[in-house]
Design a protein. Sequence first.
Length: 552
Amino acid sequence: MSQSTKKSKQDGITVEEIAALQARVAAGQLQAEDFSRLSKLLALLLSLLQMIEHPKLKLRQIRRKLFGDRLEPPAPPLAASAKTPAVPVCVAPFAEESEASQDNREKETAAKTPAHQRKGHGRRAARDCTGAKLVTCLHQELKIGAACPQQGCTGKLYDTARPLEFIRWVGHPPLTATRYEQQVLRCGGCQQRFAAELPAGVRPQKYDETADVALVLNKYGQMTPWTRLAGMQELCELPLAEATQWERCECVADALLPVYLELEKQAANAELVGADDTGVKILSHLNAQKLLSGKARRATHTTGVVADQGRHKIVLLKNGAHHAGEVTNELFKLRGSNLGKPIQIGDASSRNWDHEHGVIAAKCWAHADRRFKELTKIFPEEVKFVRGQIAELYKNAREARQLELSPEARLLWDQARSLPVLAELKSWLACQFAEKLVEPNSALGKEIQYLENHWHELTEFTRTAGIPLDNNETESALRRPVLLRKNALFFKTEHGANVSGLLMSMLATCRVNAVNAWEYLLAAYRNAGAVREKPEDWLPWRWAELQGQPSG
């Protein structure tokens, strides 16, 4: 149906009729029925002006009032006997729609819209809070099968199996405390003292496990410095010294050490390992370095290692005077002798590959893309071509993820889709120097040489199954240590740096495997003896599976 023949939703006046009416008004030849049409059009104009000037009415609500809900299917045609007279357009002034009615309309529209088409609004449904305590509320007076309490209704009640969901949030300081005053009686003869018992269920333990785990989550999960947390406790009149906070976190680290060592063994046997470094400051190491000179001095780093086991992932974070190559070298010494070479992915920095263990090396395309991006203003055309080819590689990888291909199928996919792109890029790189289009010592020439020098490792994903295009997962794992470094500035001792690496590794591994960190740490800490006896049963994802919780 063309636009000119469409009729308005409420009145039925076509565009041609309005145009004809305008011509008769201009010629001064109005007919008797024209006054009725003019009255309706003026009422529509008045209603539109009221809508536009309304302070709270949204544009989509105005559109809905004029044209209806576009997501609503067209109503079936009525029988001739059931047709009703047309309703005039907006003959009454615009009445404000209640907020409840507007909300209901928006909810109905959202329910009809496919999930992948809705825009995010930042709010989360109550059912998303899987860590919340569940309380089931049942009717105290009404029962299933009972008569309807509505007066005049003869129906029976049944369970809809669709309960209303309401979530209530409560807050409290990071740590709370209860002070118990125990009455003390003393014998007047022997001077023996008799103290009252604590209430039932209260253990004579100053720090509950929940307090220690809360400290770990605040310090190493939210990167809150000791002094900042101590200040918060002071505001709540519950002072807790920085040294005490450290001691309690150290206790949690001691309990989790067997699990951390087991994670190292599991990571060593993984097929794919990513590694990268970021700087960190350890005061005790810096003081020791002042006595050394030249090559004897060593910088300190936080090394991130992400091991992909297929179904589960392991994140290891280590602080100390080492680099990624040394950390992975020590890690691969734990690898089973019956396993083949592991795949290691990282950037082209030599310190990532400085180890004696043989690996299948794969280099990161995200680093290559980043290097060319910095030259966009100087060499716009050349950079546009190179980054366009890299974007095609990522497009192919994204489509493969959407198809949920296996590693072997993904390899065939890359060989069919990405090899032609790489061949075109390789040919272009060779022409730049062969035809003397780019000076080798220029900034662009050095980046072209970077691609050529590492071409074999960059294209390893087209020869070996299971290799991603980049090492972004490891870089993401290093973001939280970087945030801790910005907030807390430094570690005082190497022991403190090691404790931090252990606890942050446990939290990061819980995060990538979708395990509730609070419940896991609390369970492992309370069962430290069982953790020491059989740490493999206390790996985060294995613990979640034993508890019947989803993971991964």
